[in-house]
Design a protein around this ligand. Structure first.
Ligand code: ADE
Length: 229
């Protein structure tokens, strides 16, 4: 899979694409992430990519031309399944959308900025508008990073233990069960016990453990996210 991210702040995404799970996916050759600086595509001699909005509204608006030049260049090189625009008024990003996007061959993520982009870009080039939640970020870069992380980590082979991506919260519309590691009983810095690991997890009885896991998932979902049930 290949993800091309178009942004006015490529620096924000540089470490993200080479480190962590996304970096690992790239090193394994399972995904390619390319970050493009929109300013490299403007013909403006001051490398400006925005201008004042018609109608006297406040804020600046990203112009059509640099976006057209960048995305047209990419599209002349390969076919893209989606051109995604990150915007708070887009369709809500969730696990099913991440699953669906992880099956695509090539996608472009265009990061929004300033007051927005010239609406004609959305009409002419964008195939999907996506929001990561009901709040407004300064720019779409963090949204692009969130989406890329969620998409890449479920590509088979990116996470060593594939099972661990499948048992994530939300993969079956349930929150994940609690997990524990050593020691069996933890005594904190003030000498108080934080309790013991549930006995069932030490029993070695796989079927019973799976049953417990499902019960816990259901109970946590009911308590914390009843809307998912
Ligand atoms: N850009 C600004 N806010 C955003 C959000 N919530 N989701 C996606 N892109 C955004």
């Amino acid at each position: 899979m290949r993800i091309d991210i178009v942004t006015v702040i490529p620096e924000l995404l540089q470490n993200f694409t080479t480190e962590s799970i996304v970096g690992r996916g790239q090193k394994k050759g399972l995904v390619e992430i390319h970050v493009h600086n929109l300013r490299d595509y403007t013909t403006n001699k001051w490398r400006r990519v925005d201008d004042y909005p018609f109608g006297g509204f406040a804020g600046m608006v990203m112009q059509c031309e640099p976006i057209d030049r960048c995305i047209s260049q990419l599209m002349s090189e390969r076919h893209y399944d989606e051109v995604i625009f990150t915007t708070p008024d887009g369709e809500r990003f969730d696990q099913p959308m991440a699953n669906e996007l992880s099956l695509k061959e090539n996608i472009i993520i265009l990061c929004g900025h300033y007051k927005g982009i010239d609406y004609r870009v959305r009409e002419q080039l964008v195939t999907k508008e996506v929001s990561i939640g009901d709040f407004v970020l300064t720019g779409g870069e963090l949204a692009a990073a969130v989406m890329t992380d969620a998409i890449v980590r479920i590509i088979p082979g990116v996470i060593g233990d594939e099972q661990s991506a499948l048992s994530d919260s939300f993969q079956d519309n349930l929150l994940a069960a609690p997990v524990y590691t050593r020691p069996k009983e933890y005594i904190d810095v003030r000498g108080r016990s934080w309790g013991e690991v549930p006995e069932i997890l030490l029993s070695g009885h796989d079927a019973k453990i799976r049953e417990w896991e499902l019960e816990q998932s259901l109970a946590r979902t009911k308590r914390l996210r009843p809307d998912l049930l």
